[in-house]
Design a protein around this ligand. Structure first.
Ligand SMILES: [Zn+2]
Length: 406
């Protein structure tokens, strides 16, 4: 139930947003079709379309037959090659700067190494310098450059513009990162947790092909997740929704985790944990195949090689990989029974490993009745969203704001 009143500006913004988002999702639509989809009067639809065409945000693109004999309707389409946004993503020990067009085209992408607990203000300066240099260097057209989307690991503050904690990526807590980037770059900024930004990009690029709700699991160096209900990405009261990697799974003697606890899911099921555990037991007797694959060198042990060895029947590697898949599936099964998501989407390099993916699928079926069988698939955009997610945060924000900058 709406609890806020709407003034005329609010209503205009809302109607413009509805039109822009419908065109983003469905591609070209006629005024008539849009009006009926969005419950707008023909007069209101005509006015909004004229405004958006005038501002260059949409354009008329040919015509399609209308229902009645011989008549045709003009199709409206987003002018999504004419606007773009900058992106900044900050992780543990590394960051990236990028720019993306509203149609998803990446204009530039550059990774920037950072120290652990990077000094916050200086990092913003450094990344802003990289952005400005890339803008000058970039040969492609930005069109109208709207703002900068910031994706940071950790927890976003209640104001939505502050990084409450970045779990050691930055050295400062409660850091007003949007203000800082706005001062350095001169562009308006929006902020999101990094995994929520990936899910937001997944939904944006999936257009109309998305189920009602998605549980998005990202296995990078750690394990993160985000949950969407319709177009809304859930945040939770403390903005920590779907911190699945930090569910405690080992009660005594678990390994320390970046979050400050020990025995979290991430400490046994993440790609980094799989690698570290295999390094710890690497020997000719315990992990014979992995030993061969790495010539006995602990530094040559990668998650991919551990899973390759597991696939070939290496007992030590199998034990580690199977425990990881089991622990991960146990956590996901809780999600299925609690949240009943339309789909689980898997994101990360580890899901390119056939052994791990099939093991996870098998584990997901254990103890689950058919009424709870939930589609689980690798993201269609696996390994490509990092380049787009931060910039698309701003584009999405712009459309949701009705294409108005203030
Ligand atoms: Zn943890």
């Amino acid at each position: 139930m709406r609890t806020e009143g709407d003034n005329m500006i609010g209503l205009r913004r809302q109607n413009r947003a509805a039109v822009l988002l419908a065109l983003q999702r469905h591609g070209g639509l006629s005024r008539k079709r849009l009006a009926s989809m969005l419950h707008l009067t023909p007069a209101a639809m005509t006015k909004i379309a004229a405004e958006l065409i005038g501002e260059g945000l949409i354009f008329e693109d040919g015509s399609v037959p209308s229902g009645s004999a011989g008549r045709r309707e003009i199709v409206l389409r987003l002018n999504d090659q004419s606007i773009s946004a900058l992106g900044v993503s900050i992780g543990l020990g590394k960051a990236s700067v990028s720019a993306v067009r509203a149609d998803g085209t990446v204009l530039f992408f550059e990774t920037v190494p950072l120290p652990i607990r990077a000094p916050a203000e200086r990092t913003v300066q450094l990344l802003s310098d990289h952005l400005m240099k890339q803008i000058q260097r970039c040969k492609q057209s930005f069109g109208r450059l709207l703002g900068v989307g910031i994706a940071v690991r950790g927890v976003v503050g209640a104001d939505g513009r502050t990084v409450k904690t970045s779990f050691d990526a930055l050295d400062t807590e409660d850091f007003p990162i949007c203000d800082s980037f706005e001062a350095q770059t001169g562009y308006p900024a929006v902020l999101s947790n990094n995994v929520r930004a990936l899910l937001s990009a997944e939904l944006y690029l999936s257009r109309s092909e998305k189920p009602e709700s998605v549980f998005f699991l990202r296995c990078g160096s750690g394990i993160g997740a985000a949950f969407s209900d319709g177009d809304e990405i859930m945040e939770g009261d403390r903005r920590q929704c779907a911190e699945i990697g930090h569910i405690p799974v080992i009660r005594h003697g678990g390994k320390p985790c970046h979050c400050g606890k020990s025995g979290c899911l991430e400490t046994i099921a993440s790609p980094a944990a799989i690698q570290a555990e295999a390094q710890a037991i690497l020997s000719e007797s315990e992990t014979p195949l992995l030993w061969k694959l790495t010539n006995g060198g602990s530094n040559a042990v990668t998650t991919a090689r551990v899973l390759q060895a597991a696939r070939g029947g290496d007992e030590g590697a199998l034990r580690i990989a199977d425990r990881a898949a089991q622990a991960l599936s146990d956590a996901l099964k809780s999600v299925v029974y609690l949240m009943d998501p339309g789909k689980i989407v898997l994101y990360g390099k580890i899901f390119e490993q056939p052994y791990f993916l099939s093991r996870l699928r098998t584990e997901m079926d254990v103890g689950v009745d058919t009424a709870h069988a939930t589609p689980m698939e690798k993201s269609r955009f696996n390994l490509t969203l990092e380049e787009k997610a931060a910039g698309l945060l701003y584009i999405n924000h712009f459309y949701q704001n009705g294409g108005m900058e203030e």
